[in-house]
Design a protein around this ligand. Sequence first.
Ligand code: ZN
Length: 141
Amino acid sequence: MNMLRELYTQTIMDHYQRPRNRGALADADLEEHLLNPLCGDEVTVYANFRDGKATEVKFEGRGCSISQASASMMTERLLGKSHGEAEAEIEQFRAMMVGKEDFPETEDLAALKGVIQYPSRVKCATLAWTAFQKGLEQQEV
Ligand code: ZN
């Protein structure tokens, strides 16, 4: 169990130190900024869609390792997804963060499951996902 926890921590630190898809997208189809006042985390998510699929998903932000690592993982997860698929992914992730769903341990996202032991940090983990959800809701399809 300790080894598993260590592995999870490594996954989070890896995404934090080498964030995937970090950067802004000018004139993105989707752009949403969100703040987590509990922790001081900030994230802006961006996406472009073509033929109904997310062809680019990026983020900018600053804050704790959990919030930034989660945003990095989210961009990888949502790339290539349609609106509906992205919503389903977000729903599944939120379900995991309230202990109702699991991801296979081989997936990076599973590393964030440990966060539910620290309820005050759950908002850190869900920040980027909530931002993306809001962005989707504001898009006209
Ligand atoms: Zn945080």
